[in-house]
Design a protein around this ligand. Sequence first.
Ligand SMILES: C[S@@+](CC[C@H](N)C(=O)[O-])C[C@H]1O[C@@H](n2cnc3c(N)ncnc32)[C@H](O)[C@@H]1O
Length: 400
Amino acid sequence: MPGRARASASLGPVNRLTTPQGEYDLTRFPDDPRDPFRAWDAADEYLLRHLAGTDGGPADLSGTVVVSGDRWGALVTALAGHRPIQITDSFLTQEATRANLARNGIGADAVRLLSTQDAPPDRIDVLLVRVPKSLGLLEDQLHRLAPGVHAGTLVVGTGMVTEIHTSTLRLFERIIGPTRTSLAVKKARLVLCSPDPDLARTPSPWPRGYTLPDGVGAVSGRTVVNHAGVFCADRLDIGTRFFLRHLPAVRGARRVVDLGCGNGVVGTAVALAAPEAEVVFVDESYQAVASARATYRENAGQGRASGGAEFRVGDGMAGFPAGSVDLVLNNPPFHSHRGTSDATAWRMFTGSRAALRRGGELWVIGNRHLGYHVKLRRIFGGCEVVASDPKFVVLRAVRR
Ligand SMILES: C[S@@+](CC[C@H](N)C(=O)[O-])C[C@H]1O[C@@H](n2cnc3c(N)ncnc32)[C@H](O)[C@@H]1O
């Protein structure tokens, strides 16, 4: 197995990826010495081997090379010599990519970083797709990329066998052209697709909206806008529903952060109930922040007394000055390919404490079994249960 962990106090576990293109030291983001995961997997290795031509001649990577869905920048780092364009929904991926390029002595300008919300290039000669977990995000991305694909474009997808389903292949077939899969190697598979320029181009069906049920406070009956890939893009999460029923009453010109905002339903509820509050929506997903902006505009954008709204793509509470926030509302991610949920929740809670003013509060919703109260007690010195049912608990921690 390539990439044995190399201990490094400052950088966390740096692993070495050995590919036909070269050897690269890679980490995920943020660097964490306890992070047990590598910054690539067998699907990335399979694609890089395939492009190098170990089972045929090397692929022609001339022209514009687009890499969609690279998880931690391993693909674009190994392909940096072809000056690829990386398209990702994740701010954490972009940070990891920048760090990994620098770590391997590759100039930042070797790779162009675009988000899923940016316009993709007009012409694409090589399209490499790391299949995302969300079928909706794949659908949306293929629709957005298809106009740049031409009959000669090399299109190769990659993923673990558990990530590639018949529905995945159907999307490539329907949006790009005839598609087949490779043999599985180390539980990874390639998607080999031949562009059909005669396929009728249809626009992406995303973003989509749904109407919220009654009994969820200020947002009852309102419409939520979801870009592809966003958490609970087609229905209200039951945890969020419980949270919406137990949100704190906000009075006056408070600065409130919807941390990990997803489609922005929580922050929009505050904006509607507290017209003078300023609400800051934060997520590491570009699609999420675009959704939150759209949800807010649709429901609260006009007619608020004085409070405004701000939309930030970023990592947790990074960038908020100490003592600048009155209230943080958080439904932390609990499973993610991008990092251990535990570490993310911990970072969100410590970041919240640092950003809160004295007396400011962090409100957290979580599954009971996740034991967030233990973390909050350690970080804040205490926390109380605001509401609970057999599945969920809403916790409140005060910055003393
Ligand atoms: C459980 S979802 C909650 C979404 C929304 N607040 C709700 O309740 O419907 C967690 C959100 O945290 C975001 N997230 C994950 N890691 C993050 C990070 N490091 N910084 C900011 N947001 C993050 C995810 O993209 C996701 O939208």
